[in-house]
Design a protein around this ligand. Structure first.
Ligand SMILES: [Zn+2]
Ligand SMILES: [Zn+2]
Ligand SMILES: [Zn+2]
Length: 941
């Protein structure tokens, strides 16, 4: 509008800069928040109100923060800020998981394994603690920079004395109920890390394994096969040849039918359903089925074959036998329908073996090597050999003895250690367990889960099926950096000693001196009268060295944090973490809480997907696709990262790369420009408190627009409350886009060119102020820095009496649903009319009908369905303004249509609208505006 009338117009003017310079400005703002103690102010503002406690899941104190961390903490902050605006008091205590293998692993790497192994436990623990403290500090800086408000000065750390003591308090509560036991059971064992691993510490990945079919020689003869005595075999299949030295049973399906294939004079038992497939595979060309004396094909079910015996495949020459048993899990899809079983090397085998009294044989040591010796329980021919090295040797040995039927390599999903990424083995060791069923923990947990709300709803199934299927929880680890399992061994009789008296003493010891004392103090010095073996009466107890699974540590935060910090709540209102925590923290918290109290520790769970790159791949240094949140804060700014979190569907895996962040950056600028555009006519120019108009007095267009805004605002609130941030983002982003193309573009003429104090201009400013207020409030939980930056530019009456955006209350819409609802049809009709007009205008412009190439030079004739027309007519709206054209006529018709012609009249030199111009050469509106301006000027003069 470069014309001479410029100074007579209300052109935009604001101190809110167009360029955000977030990377430079955010850290200054953050420092100011720190100085003002903004988090404390926020708690104070909602003091005495109902609380909303989102209990932070502790990230592992290891390495700088990554994008997944950023997503997690930003999500939590968005939720807390939303509920704080809603008036809830939202204490948020961040925490860190400080014990456990990754830190110990790092210390071991730094020192070298040899030196590490020579250090006393207490020294190793000291180094681990030092490392944890450093890591916590690094991560804390990263999290704060993201704009996350919380009790950063006083976070919870799982190595402090009270936390150590709480670990044992919960242990005692569950122990007293009778759910904790010591047992020899196969567990995932990492021979590289020397420890048992929990299900949550296992990663599955493809592995090539040898699959072999082996025939075992029968030593008993099932009824009807007497004719084959001495040449009777049973065929099995396994992918772990190294478990054959521990074989002492074969498992059949109880109801399946088994037959004996006659080949080369031998009879080999296998499932009837697999005969064809197996024989083809084995190259058994001319074979038949064994028949009974009466000529019928011999058949028996797995159950009928139970208790038959065979020569143990490795140690059979020494007279060792294995037994036929059965279990439902044997499938008839592959193999022979007969599974070799080593109960020490598999949970299913173990459970099946238990039912039939099959002994647990364990010939493999901590390093994954066979014990030396000749008999069962040792590696026999492979004494001292690593199980992986033994695999091919065992296959050769079987082949030489003529019992190997077939060897092939298969690729299958195999468990690996989460730390060292090495394949793990199943191995029976003495461990501590929490029983899922002895005291009804499983059923109690399932009952409690029913009371929990899940976002997204379907994630309930995930944890539920995990609880249904999970084995007993192995809670012991053979490491240094953790809280000890408080058990002693009697030095006189070997009894394991643990009871209420010793547990109480340990709790006291840990609370006072921390769990380090376990490794330095003589038990007699603190146990007092409790230092006695209940079995032999001896007083010489030695502290055992197993530590608790680190998931136990984080699990009991419901007590160490939510209960022990009186200003929090138990159960917490919400736990929010990545979906892998269904088997991690959500699970260990549930088990320890239900185990100790009979209730779940959370009322709701939000589970989120993982961050991937733009092509759906994991981020990794080797792929070069890592998005580093610290770096993003230093370049694009935290608000862009926060906006990204709000833009993705966190209920599933979320993509991120440079291109995606560029798009988010564009969206950010669009929102920022909208703030700036609106502030341009409000900052120091309009105060809704004194100059605003009631809704009923607004122009029809403004009222319709406001009705839609209220609808958007309600949709945003619903999306926040369902923790669907992407719906918040989508709704607001679409709204902002729609505003800049539609309403704001159309009404800027009225605001810039209308008489300063005219009701029409005040009506528009009132509406702009509502929109600005709504956007700043609704975006506050997400764009924490930018909305805070906008605050001083807002009139005081739009700031809820606050200086900081975080302290705003939730925006109160000017119309209730009952008030705005009836206007939404008019809004819809208006949007459709605008669409039809735009299309017709573009056609007309391209055909040269409007040489000025501006819709202001156009007039429109619309037809629209009578319903829509009636809705619009009822509001009294003149469509020329929303369509940004000279004049509009509307008629009812079946179809919506628009015809565009050149406007009558001339272009007003001040506002560039096409109107009938007056004697001063201006349109009537501009004439009035100038009149008002000159009257004011003369009054001031
Ligand atoms: Zn490992
Ligand atoms: Zn004893
Ligand atoms: Zn004009």
């Amino acid at each position: 509008m470069a014309n001479g009338y410029k100074k007579t117009m209300n052109l935009p003017k604001t101190g809110f800069p167009m360029r955000a310079s977030l990377a430079q400005n955010e850290p200054k703002r953050l420092a100011q928040w720190d100085e003002d103690r903004l988090y404390e102010q926020l708690l104070k503002k909602n003091e005495g109100h109902e609380k909303f406690v989102l209990h932070d899941g502790p990230p592992y104190a290891n390495g700088p923060i990554h994008l997944g961390h950023a997503q997690n903490k930003i999500s939590k902050d968005i939720i807390n800020r939303y509920w704080a605006m809603r008036g809830y008091q939202t204490p948020y205590v961040p925490g860190w998981d400080c014990h456990g293998q990754p830190i110990e692993h790092k210390v071991e790497e730094t020192l070298g394994t040899e030196k590490f192994n020579q250090l006393p436990t207490v020294k190793i623990r000291e180094l681990c603690r030092k490392m944890a403290v450093e890591q916590v500090d690094t991560q804390r800086q990263g999290f704060k920079r993201l704009g996350v408000l919380g009790e950063w000065d006083n976070p919870y750390l799982t190595y402090v004395h009270d936390y150590d003591a709480t670990d044992i308090e919960i242990f005692k509560a569950i122990f007293d109920r009778g759910a904790i036991y010591r047992g020899r059971k196969p567990v995932h064992w990492c021979s590289h890390c020397h420890t048992a691993l929990a299900e949550a510490e296992i990663e599955y990945g493809d592995e090539v394994s040898p699959a072999i079919f082996v025939r075992f020689e029968m030593t008993t003869v099932p009824a009807g096969l007497e004719a084959y005595e001495g040449r009777l075999w049973v065929d099995i299949w396994t992918t772990t040849p190294w478990t054959l030295p521990a074989d002492d049973a074969v498992i059949l399906h109880p109801e399946a039918s088994y037959v004996a294939v006659v080949v080369d004079g031998r009879a080999e038992i296998m499932a009837e359903a697999l005969v064809e497939k197996a024989c083809a595979k084995f190259g058994y060309e001319s074979c038949g089925l064994a028949r009974r004396a009466d000529g019928e094909v011999w058949r028996m079910t797995g159950e009928e074959l139970c208790h038959n015996k065979y020569r143990q495949p490795i140690f059979g020459d020494q007279g060792v036998e294995g037994e036929f048993i059965y279990a439902d899990y044997v499938t008839l899809e592959d193999g022979t329908g007969v599974v070799h079983s080593a109960p020490g090397h598999g949970v299913d085998d173990y459970n099946a073996g238990m039912r039939f009294g099959i002994p647990v044989v364990m010939p493999v040591d901590d390093d994954g090597n066979f014990y030396k010796g000749d008999g069962m329980g040792t590696g026999g021919p492979w004494s001292g050999m690593n199980v992986n090295d033994a695999n091919p040797k065992i296959i050769e040995w079987l082949a030489a003895r003529g019992t190997l039927i077939l060897h092939e390599d298969i690729t299958h999903s195999y468990p690996h250690c989460w730390r060292c990424k090495q394949p793990v083995i199943f191995r029976a060791t003495n461990q501590w367990f929490v029983s899922m069923d002895k005291t009804g923990l499983r059923t109690d947990a399932l009952r409690e889960l029913e009371k929990v709300k899940f976002y997204p709803a379907h994630s309930r199934n995930r944890i539920t099926s995990m609880v249904e299927g999970r084995p007993d929880w192995c809670i012991s680890r053979q490491r240094n950096w953790g809280v000890p399992i408080p058990a002693y061994t009697c030095q006189d009789c070997g009894e394991t000693v643990m009871n209420d008296a010793t547990l109480d003493k340990v709790i006291g010891l840990f609370r006072e001196r921390g769990s380090d004392a376990w490794f330095t103090e003589d038990p007699a010095s603190y146990l007092g009268a409790a230092c006695v073996c209940p079995k032999c009466g001896g007083h010489s107890l030695k502290a055992n060295t197993d530590i608790l699974d680190v998931w136990w540590d984080s699990g009991v935060s419901h007590t160490a944090v939510c209960k022990h910090r009186g200003y929090l709540k138990f159960p917490a209102d919400m736990y929010l973490e990545g979906s892998d925590q269904h088997r991690g923290w959500f699970m260990s918290a549930l088990m320890t809480s239900v185990g100790a109290y009979g209730t779940a520790p959370y009322k709701s769970i939000v589970s989120q997907g993982f961050t991937l790159d733009g092509q759906g791949r994991k981020m990794s240094k080797s792929l070069g696709n890592v998005i580093d949140p610290n770096k993003e804060c230093d370049t694009r700014g935290a608000d862009v990262l926060r906006l990204w979190v709000s833009s993705v569907d966190t209920s599933t895996d979320v993509p991120c790369d440079d291109a995606i962040l560029n798009h988010v950056g564009d969206a950010y600028r669009k929102i920022r420009n909208t703030f700036r555009f609106l502030l341009g006519e409000i900052e120091d120019q309009f105060d809704p408190a004194t100059q605003g108009m009631p809704v009923a007095e607004l122009t029809a267009y403004d009222r319709i627009t406001l009705a839609h805004m209220c609808e958007v605002h309600d949709a945003v609130a619903r999306a926040y409350e369902g923790y669907r941030f992407n719906a918040v983002f989508r709704t607001l982003y679409d709204y902002v886009t729609e505003l800049s193309n539609g309403y704001l573009n159309a009404t800027k003429d009225r605001v810039y060119c209308g008489a300063t104090n005219s009701p029409e201009r005040r009506s528009a400013q009132t509406t702009w102020a509502h929109i600005l207020s709504m956007l700043v409030h609704d975006l506050q939980p997400i764009l924490v820095y930018t909305t805070d930056e906008a605050m001083p530019h807002l009139p005081a009456s739009m700031r809820d009496g606050q200086e900081r955006a975080a302290l705003l209350d939730w925006y109160e819409a000017p119309m209730t649903a009952a008030e705005y609802g009836p206007l939404l049809k008019a809004h819809k009709a208006l949007a459709e009319a605008r669409g039809a007009f735009t299309k017709a205008y573009e056609e007309a412009a391209s055909q040269g009908v409007i040489p000025e190439k501006t819709s202001q030079a156009a007039s429109a004739a619309l037809t629209m369905p009578p319903d829509a027309l009636a809705e619009l007519a009822a509001t009294g709206i003149d469509l020329a303004e929303p369509l940004v054209c000279s004049s509009v006529t509307v008629e009812a018709a079946d179809e919506l249509s628009a015809t565009v012609t050149h406007a009558e009249g001339e272009r007003c030199p001040r506002c560039w609208n096409w109107r009938e111009l007056g004697e001063d050469g201006l349109c009537g509106r501009c004439h009035d505006a100038l009149g008002e301006a000159s009257r004011q000027a003369s009054r001031q003069g």
